[in-house]
Design a binder for this molecule. Structure first.
Ligand SMILES: [Zn+2]
Ligand SMILES: [Zn+2]
Ligand SMILES: [Zn+2]
Length: 233
């Protein structure tokens, strides 16, 4: 399995001439998940080689429905989200340094900029070569979290059911749902209402603070008011 360094090299060998000369190849991939046999001119060939590993294409922005249509791409998407959460945990775990290094065996954007893809990534996804690499990292990461005291301490107790013996983590996508606002983590089955208790608490606190500062402003004003009157007379 090729997971290391800049990854896979471009292989245009399978491309043969067609009437679509000169059309940008990437457009076909992103529009229709079509890696077809289009003729690539020497100029485009050079360009493609140059940008081959650059994360230039946001599937989310360019064609988000592709995630739904292409199973392999969706699988990669889900793996990347999980690795993103794991990587964030490992950045602050002093026992995960080696593991964090192993995450660097795949290009950084794969675990950081979740929707960006290079042509290399897209091709590797199509060939079914990217998901196994990411899965390998996910397995190693999950195992670390299970065994690491420091990482266990970063887990959440679901506030809805309060099951203290079930520590949950944002990377457990099958089981958990993370609030997009405050990043708190709950069981998927508990967090159905769409109302996040932590967000509600934060909101109540903000309103209380706003009320208190308004009240103290008003009472300052009342304290000062008679003096102003006195000064005026
Ligand atoms: Zn750890
Ligand atoms: Zn729960
Ligand atoms: Zn929240």
């Amino acid at each position: 399995m090729q997971c290391r360094g800049s990854g896979w090299s471009p292989n245009f060998g399978s491309l043969s001439p067609s009437p679509l000369t000169g059309q940008p190849w990437a457009v076909y991939i992103l529009r229709k998940w079509d890696f077809g046999k289009y003729y690539v001119s020497n100029f485009s060939r050079d360009l493609l080689s140059k940008i081959w590993s650059d994360p230039l294409f946001s599937v989310q922005d360019l064609n988000a429905p592709l995630y739904r249509k292409v199973k392999a791409l969706n699988q990669v998407r889900l793996l990347r989200i999980q690795l993103f959460h794991l990587k964030n945990m490992f950045k602050t775990c002093r026992l995960a340094k080696e593991l964090l290094d192993s995450f660097d065996t795949v290009p950084g954007h794969l675990t950081e900029d979740l929707h960006l893809y290079s042509l290399n990534d897209l091709t590797a996804t199509k060939k079914g070569e990217l998901a196994p690499c990411l899965l390998e990292l996910l397995k190693a990461g999950t195992l670390h979290v299970e065994r690491c005291m420091l990482c266990q301490a970063k887990g959440f107790i679901c506030e809805f059911c309060q099951k203290e013996d079930d520590v949950i983590f944002p990377f457990e996508l099958n089981k958990c749902r993370t609030c997009e606002e405050c990043k708190a983590c709950y069981h998927k089955c508990c967090f159905k209402s769409g109302c996040c208790p932590r967000c509600e608490r934060l909101q109540a606190r903000r309103e209380l603070l706003a009320r208190q500062s308004m009240e103290s402003y008003l009472s300052d004003y009342e304290d000062e008011a008679p003096q102003e009157v006195a000064a005026a007379t």
